[in-house]
Design a protein around this ligand. Structure first.
Ligand code: DGJ
Length: 741
């Protein structure tokens, strides 16, 4: 990996074994983009890639010259209004009302490793030789605003991490109205666009369409990254698939309002923009002040979607997630939410915990309802003190009884919110986001605390720290159950109200940073009504997140499959819940629920005391299985094999680093009678090794890796169509786990 600068041509070439990223200083001093893709040779002069022709109705930069127009040039950080008409990466409102700015090259630095982004989550290096960073310093000569563009190339994988920092080096105050993290101009538009969209309980379903002339975008204006659209986007060549072809993934390490956009002009070039959503964004930059954008990560894969995903998985697992739990297998937990909802007593909790402990479960998580006057969703949020009617001996008392059973103990919190029926709100009614004299919309009867204010974050930090400080709590599920409305802060002047959405997220990050650094061994799991803030930003603080409130195994196939395009298995909280399922009323076999949940940080979320002896014995076996295989399940190389969006069968697998072991999950949604013979082509194996294959503990035979990958694993039923009472009869929602050793 290296970054080379050729002074004679003003060319920068960032490369590693997989990719090249080439740009140059344009004749007008701005930065031009030349190439991003599979690695190419180093050359001093790549300026032939800067195609410039004269076209009618085009505006040109230089007097007496008719070739240099920004409209037809690929730029590094596009500006609007001085010959480019596409949507720009930046907009700066100046004192005289103008928004024109032209950032020209001034200088650059190349450093080993990667600088930290203060107050923001970002990828990192542990040693300087893991990556190199180029910092380009540009300046708008009129306002004096400096723009630093950061490019980090990692030694391994087709990864480029990017961000931008604005420093007002002028004498006038300016307003930053748009500041993208990434702008990438591509020379053509022959791509499929894949976004990851949905709603509460059906998050991150991939949706694909052909890129077209015009603007296509997804984003969030809800104050959090949202269930609706994930801050992740893929452009792939139409012929590319899971295992071959060109693919670029774009991921924003941010948890607030965002936009991911592609503009295809009528000459078929594509501009990709990724960053904080410019709607409602207005950051006042006084002289001397600076603004750092969140980081965006681009991954190029020349060999399909699986390889792109694996690159993101490794990066996000090893160099975005941090701390004690980063590389550790995650405890198998029992969460009481779907078992009791708000209706619990200490006695009930202990009874559930006893059965869980007997099954080998390692962590008990007490969900919503243990604090303040929280007997329903109408009261108590904000009062982070234990409810003694429910837990007479407080958290330490309950935790110690659970510890005696051999389990660890964890709690649920929702620190960003307040119910009006709470002591915190009664004391500080001005601490919520609200506009004076206007209606205060609620979500789930709760209001959003103004986390842009330090005193608010300080108070919540103190309350949560008081609970965590005696060490009885070793896990925290941090929830967030509503989107932001009436986004206005009593603490900021009128000309800074456009900063509130972003300052709110900075407050969330600040609280996360303080809690995770004060209690480094506590495992944090993020949550937002399920997957409403399942994004890379939170992965920096919480190495796992609650993937979705939909716990039905069949629904989860789609959700976990979609989520896997960007996020590693180790980040996906996945629980076995009751049947019929609470969200969709579907009855599924206990085995299938576990076979889906084990491809995640798995746990249980049901009243175990309602199960039969036979079911409890089955759960015991499942827990033993998960304990034996979780390192491979959570940290192996993950391959999608068959999409649940394409048919009746879904399948995925994970392979150990040395390729000596693999686990395949195979799921058939509906049964059919007298079906065709079926095979499943596996991936990632050593072609020359002989694997012992077993299905659900039964040895099937030995096969070479090349057989399993090219011929396929036989998955046909032994006896489909027989009486449902036959011992091997197949049924709806059947699943299998194949172990390869
Ligand atoms: C929403 C979460 O996603 C659920 O798992 C549960 O924690 C509830 N909130 C509790 O209110």
């Amino acid at each position: 990996m290296s970054i080379v600068y050729y002074e004679s041509t003003g060319t920068f070439h960032l490369y590693n074994d997989e990719i090249s990223y080439i740009m140059m200083i344009l004749p007008n001093g701005q930065m031009g983009q030349l190439y991003f893709g599979k690695k190419v040779h180093l050359r001093e002069d790549y300026s032939y890639l800067l195609e410039m022709v004269s076209r009618s109705m085009t505006s040109y930069v230089f007097e007496n010259e008719r070739t240099l127009s920004l409209e037809h040039i690929k730029q590094e950080y596009g500006v609007y209004g001085s010959s480019d008409y596409r949507l720009p990466a930046v907009e700066i409102l100046q004192d005289n009302g103008s928004r024109i700015c032209d950032f020209v090259y001034r200088t650059h630095r190349i450093i080993g490793g990667k600088p930290k982004l203060e107050g923001l989550p970002a990828t990192y290096t542990e040693k300087d030789d893991e990556a190199q960073t180029l910092i380009l310093t540009l300046q708008d000569p009129i306002t004096g605003v400096e723009l630093e563009l950061f490019y980090t190339i990692f030694s391994r994988g087709g990864i480029l991490a990017r961000s931008a920092c604005f420093v007002n080096g002028g004498t006038e105050t300016v307003h930053l109205l748009k500041a993208m993290s990434l702008c990438l101009d591509l020379p053509d538009c022959d791509y499929d666009w894949i976004q990851f969209s949905g709603a509460w309980a059906r998050e991150r379903h991939p949706r694909m369409r052909r890129l077209e002339q015009g603007i296509q975008s997804v984003g969030s204006m809800r104050g959090h990254s949202s269930h609706e659209h994930n801050p992740f986007l893929i452009l792939k060549r139409p012929s590319a698939d899971e295992n071959q072809g060109e693919v670029i993934g774009f991921s924003l390490i941010y948890s607030g309002n965002f936009i991911a956009q592609a503009e295809v002009d009528t000459h078929d070039t594509t501009r990709v923009l990724l960053g904080i959503h410019p709607e409602w964004f207005d950051w006042k930059l006084d002289p001397g002040e600076s603004f750092q954008t969140p980081e965006a990560v681009m991954v190029y894969s020349g060999s399909g979607l699986n390889h792109m995903s694996q690159t993101f998985h490794r990066l996000y697992r090893e160099r975005l997630a941090r701390g004690y739990w980063r590389d550790r297998v995650r405890p198998i937990l029992i969460n009481n939410w779907e078992a009791t909802y708000f209706d619990f007593t200490e006695e009930k909790i202990l009874k559930l915990a006893r059965t869980a402990a007997d099954a080998g479960i390692e962590l008990f998580v007490l969900d919503d309802g243990w604090f303040g006057e929280r007997s329903s969703d109408r009261a108590g949020l904000g009062d982070w003190v234990v409810n003694r009617d429910r837990l007479p001996d407080g958290i330490p008392g309950l935790a110690s009884r659970i510890r005696e059973m051999g389990m660890k103990f964890g709690i649920w919190i929702e620190p960003e919110m307040v119910n009006k029926d709470s002591d915190l709100y009664r004391e500080h009614p001005d601490w919520i986001l609200t506009v004076p004299n206007r209606n205060q919309t609620h979500g789930r009867y709760q209001h959003v605390l103004d986390f842009s204010r330090k005193e608010v974050v300080d108070t919540i930090f103190q309350m949560i720290s008081d609970i965590l400080k005696d060490g009885s709590v070793t896990y925290v599920k941090w929830d967030m159950n509503r989107s932001i409305t009436e986004c206005w802060s009593a603490a900021l002047p009128a000309d800074r109200q456009g900063e509130v959405f972003h300052r709110y997220i900075l407050g969330v990050y600040d609280l996360y940073e303080r809690l995770t650094s004060t209690f480094p061994q506590v495992l944090f799991e993020s949550c937002a009504s399920g997957g409403g803030r399942f994004d890379p930003g939170l992965l920096y603080y919480a190495p796992q997140g609650w993937t979705s409130d939909d716990t039905d195994a069949i629904e989860r196939l789609k959700i976990q499959y979609g989520t896997s395009f960007c996020y590693p298995v180790s980040s996906m909280g996945a629980h076995v819940s009751t049947s019929p399922n609470h969200q969709v009323g579907r009855a599924t076999p206990l085995s299938t629920r576990a076979n889906v949940a084990c491809f995640g940080t798995s746990g249980y979320e049901m009243d175990l005391n309602r199960l039969s002896e036979r079911e409890l014995a089955e759960i015991k076996d499942q827990v033993t299985f998960m304990k034996k295989w979780r390192r491979l399940l959570q940290y192996g190389t993950f391959f999608r094999l068959k999409s649940p969006f394409d048919g009746n069968i879904a399948s995925w697998m994970t392979v150990s680093d040395d390729r000596s072991q693999a686990i395949v999950g195979w799921y058939r949604i509906l049964n059919s009678v007298n079906p065709p013979y079926t095979r499943m082509k596996l991936a990632g194996l050593d072609p020359d090794r002989l694997y012992k294959v077993s299905k659900d503990g039964v040895f099937l035979g030995e096969f070479y890796g090349d057989e399993l990958m090219n011929v396929g694993l036989i998955t046909s039923d032994a006896c489909s169509g027989e009486s449902p009472d036959a011992p091997d009869a197949s049924h709806d929602f059947e699943s299998r786990i194949y172990i390869l050793e």
